[in-house]
Design a protein around this ligand. Structure first.
Ligand SMILES: *Cc1c(COP(=O)(O)O)cnc(C)c1O
Length: 478
């Protein structure tokens, strides 16, 4: 390597800094693709089995020379956006549908172009303030007192992990005592909670699965009994995790009664509201969440209930000091980065240091659209689920419990046939049709079809379409 190479190297390297004409061309082509994609959603399929298995991408190996934008967009279109589940579609009624409100894309665009450093207050006070303001807004939403904070994480799994890590360090758990600790869940808890327990090093703790009532909610009486019995054996009750909207049925555990017990027993009370948390925006649903404000921590996913694109879950923690102690660390090379801070930095409240400035993709839609349409959309989802509940019964289906939120389970009971096999075939029929997408679950030994209404693009048209397809499916399979 010699210095006379610099000129040539710079000429090459400058291709990383495209001029205005190239930028305009790429931006407008990408925006056109995005617009066509959105406009095509109502008539497009929600599910197309992947025939191609991404082969369109395999035909574009990374080479020394760049390619044209048209060729690249075409490859993304064929390789990524033409098969599998389309979570941007209003017909997505399986799992927990995601979102993708348009202004979030602009937030991501601006965050990437300006590349502000949102991990540390010193580096960008405004970015950190923006993220903390969003967190404080969510804290208010769940009724936490002033001073509570949390973190904008990549999703609900990491949000739950941060909460459980904080609980662990708050109790100054030592490895020798882990087998004596007891953790209380139900079998309906999201599997990322068990995963977080293990990742947090608590895999040897005793996990107690508290019995469910008929609505698949935790029974507080049974929780108290389990705690009493554990204490009498010399075990140490440590953590209870309630769900505010389970993945299977959308059930909200009796949060207030669990708060009574957690408070009396002085155990950490975590609420996984990754799916359900934003329904607190709907005034009429607030009683369902009574008691969430008494918890120690909450996981709540803006990429679910706030209809943002994937990549944003939040943890809210009442005792920020505890969260800070569990996550703060210092490196010598960070010595300039500390001054008289007015805001706690995300880097001190999560495992991340350098991170996506994900606040902007949440802040921008809230600013551009206002809260009213979000509230309306959430209320609409609940009503659509209740509407479906009635209509699907009228079609002869059995239903699970009346939905607390916007998820419910149902199944057909064909005469003289194996019901589980029939419903499995029915789900395959619906998925084969592809205009809507439904998923299933098994509770006990019973196969259930799930309806999860959470896409901002799902309206009465999509629910009616789903009912039509189910009617056709029953006839076809009958
Ligand atoms: C989706 C979900 C999670 C996991 O969140 P991710 O964002 O997928 O990591 C956790 N708990 C509940 C109740 C969920 O619905």
């Amino acid at each position: 390597m010699t210095f006379d190479q610099l000129e040539w190297l710079e000429a090459q390297a400058r291709m990383l800094e495209p001029g205005a004409a190239d930028r305009e061309n790429w931006t407008s082509k990408a925006a056109q693709y995005g617009s066509a994609f959105i406009d095509g959603l109502p008539e497009g399929k929600t599910y197309l089995p992947d025939q191609d298995r991404g082969r369109a991408l395999a035909s574009l190996p990374f080479g020394e020379e760049g390619r044209g934008i048209d060729e690249v967009l075409e490859a993304i279109h064929l390789g990524v956006n033409s098969s599998g589940i389309n979570p941007a579609s209003g017909g997505h009624l399986g799992y927990v549908p995601g979102g993708g409100v348009f202004p979030s894309a602009l937030g991501d665009y601006l965050a990437a172009v300006t590349n502000r450093y949102a991990g540390i207050f010193f580096a960008n006070p405004g970015a950190v303030r923006m993220e903390n303001d969003l967190i404080r807004w969510m804290c208010q939403l769940v009724g936490y007192p002033e001073g509570a904070l949390g973190n904008l994480a990549s999703g609900g799994s990491i949000a739950n992990l941060i909460a459980i890590t904080t609980a662990r360090d708050y109790f100054q758990v030592k490895s020798a005592s882990i087998p004596l600790l007891t953790i209380y869940l139900t079998s309906q808890v999201h599997h990322c909670v068990q995963k977080a327990i293990r990742i947090a090093g608590l895999g040897e703790a005793q996990i107690r699965y508290i019995p469910l009532d008929e609505q698949f909610r935790m029974q507080p009486g049974a929780l108290q009994q389990a705690i009493d019995s554990d204490k009498s054996c010399g075990l140490i009750p440590f953590l209870v995790v309630a769900s505010a909207g389970t993945t299977d049925t959308g059930a909200v555990d009796p949060l207030d009664e669990i708060a009574d017990i957690a408070g009396k027993e002085r155990i950490w009370y975590h609420v996984d509201a990754a799916y359900g948390g934003f329904f607190t925006l709907v005034e009429a649903l607030r009683p369902t969440f009574k008691g969430i404000e008494r918890s120690d921590s909450v996981a709540i996913d803006p990429h679910k209930g706030l209809f943002l694109p994937y990549g944003l879950g939040a943890v809210l923690i009442r005792n920020v000091e505890a969260q800070f102690k569990a996550h703060h660390y210092m490196g010598n090379y960070m010595q300039d980065a500390f001054g008289p801070e007015q805001e706690v930095s995300p880097a001190d409240l999560s495992p991340e240091l350098t991170k996506h400035f994900r606040g902007l993709r949440m802040w921008l839609p809230l600013q551009l659209l206002g809260l009213a349409p979000f509230r309306a959309a959430l209320q609409e989802k609940v009503l659509l689920c209740r509407y479906f509940y009635e209509k699907v019964q009228a079609l002869g289906f059995q239903t699970g419990p009346y939905p607390d939120l916007s998820i419910m389970i149902f199944r057909y009971a064909p005469s003289g046939k194996d019901a589980n096999a029939f419903n499995e075939a029915l789900v395959r029929y619906v998925q084969g049709d592809g205009r809507v997408f439904l998923s299933s679950t098994t509770i006990g030994d019973t196969y259930w079809i799930r309806l999860a209404v959470l896409s901002f693009r799902t309206h009465k048209r999509e629910i009616d379409l789903c009912l039509d397809i189910l009617r056709q499916g029953v006839t076809y399979l009958g």
